[in-house]
Design a binder for this molecule. Structure first.
Ligand code: SF4
Length: 189
């Protein structure tokens, strides 16, 4: 987990700069639909907690994103519990940690849902199109799609990280929060 505190207002910028593709996709889906299903809320919510978004800021973030469809009381009734739950303020009060790549990759993704690892869930064509829209060159796109086809999803993600930051990773990406932390380090260096 990062030691820096992140505000809700910084999320759009940080998403663009330093979120791995899984979190970027979920964030985009949430933003466009003003909704995200349970598993996505867990996956993205715990990731955001891990990057240093405190509970009050998380509440602000989710309230604003759900706002167009579920404002005020509707949000409080349906979703506020889930936000507090991620921060262990409800239920068993277990301190939930953000999911690793392995856990995300192994969780089955029902059709039409936005969670999971896009290097696994997208077709080679969809992945190519998605990566073309990111800050990476054609060689990186080709390398990442090749790795994804070979079921090496984390290596595909690592290739994209390297392409985006113009660096060589010491170790492969194995956690979305590792992607974020290392990205912030590279971009500040
Ligand atoms: Fe996310 Fe990990 Fe997949 Fe990268 S390899 S997109 S960090 S789940």
């Amino acid at each position: 987990a990062s030691s820096e505190v992140v505000a809700a207002a910084q999320i759009p910028f940080l998403a663009k700069e330093s979120f791995p593709l899984c979190m970027q996709s979920m964030y985009q889906r949430l933003h466009v639909d003003a909704h995200l299903k349970h598993n996505g809320r867990l996956q993205l919510g715990l990731f955001l907690k891990g990057i240093g978004l405190p509970l009050e800021e998380a509440m602000k973030f989710w309230r604003a994103e759900f706002g167009p469809k579920s404002a005020g009381e509707a949000f409080d009734k349906k979703y506020a519990y889930g936000v507090r739950y991620n921060y262990a303020k409800e239920g068993k009060r277990t301190d939930y940690t953000p999911y690793s790549c392995m856990k995300i990759i192994q969780t089955p993704v029902p059709k039409g849902e936005a969670f999971g690892c896009p290097y696994k869930t997208l077709s080679p064509h969809e992945l190519t199109e998605t990566l073309r829209g990111m800050r990476v060159g054609p060689r990186t796109v080709e390398e990442a799609v090749g790795k994804a086809k070979g079921h090496h999803y984390q290596l595909a993600c690592t290739a994209v990280f390297q392409g985006q930051h113009n660096c060589i990773c010491e170790s492969a990406i194995s956690h979305p929060n590792q992607y974020f932390t290392e990205s912030r380090k590279e971009l500040k260096a």
